[in-house]
Design a protein around this ligand. Structure first.
Ligand code: FES
Ligand code: FES
Length: 201
């Protein structure tokens, strides 16, 4: 089947089976490899893109179901005011470790801040809950979201985000893998290690 999809401000014509996941079309047909494949089952968030502004797992939605929806990927999010702030904050905080999850993290963060300019810790946790980071960069992710929002980077859990980030990095690898991150690491590396890179733009 032939489809016309709206991606990063342009109409792209692609040929694919109706049940082909959007993720496959983005990466393999349109060569937009910033969006990552990891679990392929909607469990990790690495493949997150925006569909009509909402954070969406591109491994779960078929090309047929995208329809006339507006897709934004990590390659296009920097062209939006919120996306630009989020990417700059990611660089300023030096969030990235291995990078595998980070495109998805940024897309979820940008979707949050596009609808909530003053997110609480609970709002951030809720919005980011489906984005797993096997490197446990969560304190830096939360700090970067607050920086992008112009909020103080004090975590309600009692830790200053910058010092948490610093101590986390200094104590690698012992503190770097949470239990969920470790489990994800095993699964994701088996299935998708070759697809990971440190690109966040
Ligand atoms: S690759 Fe889509 S949620 Fe993990
Ligand atoms: S930086 Fe998140 S998985 Fe490595």
């Amino acid at each position: 089947m032939k489809y016309s999809i709206h991606v990063n401000g342009a109409i792209k014509r692609v040929e694919a089976d109706a049940d082909t996941p959007l993720l496959w079309v983005l990466r393999d047909t349109l060569n937009l490899k910033g969006t990552k494949f990891a679990c392929g089952a909607g469990m990790c968030g690495a493949c997150t893109v925006h569909l009509n502004g909402a954070a969406t797992r591109s491994c779960l939605i078929s090309i047929a179901n995208v329809g006339s929806g507006v897709v934004t990927t990590i390659e296009g999010i920097g062209d939006t005011p919120v996306g630009k702030k989020v990417q700059q904050a990611w660089l300023d905080i030096d969030v990235v470790q291995c990078g595998c999850c980070q495109a998805g993290q940024i897309m979820s963060a940008a979707a949050l801040l596009a609808t909530n300019t003053n997110p609480s810790d609970a709002n951030i946790d809720h919005a980011m809950a489906g984005n797993i980071c096997r490197c446990a960069t969560y304190p830096r992710i939360r700090a970067a979201i607050k920086l992008a929002a112009g909020l103080p980077m004090i975590d309600a859990r009692g830790a200053d985000a910058r010092s948490t980030s610093r101590s986390l990095r200094q104590s690698r690898p012992a503190a770097a893998l949470s239990m969920s991150g470790a489990l994800f690491c095993v699964q994701a590396r088996r299935s998708a290690a070759a697809y990971c890179s440190t690109d966040i733009t």
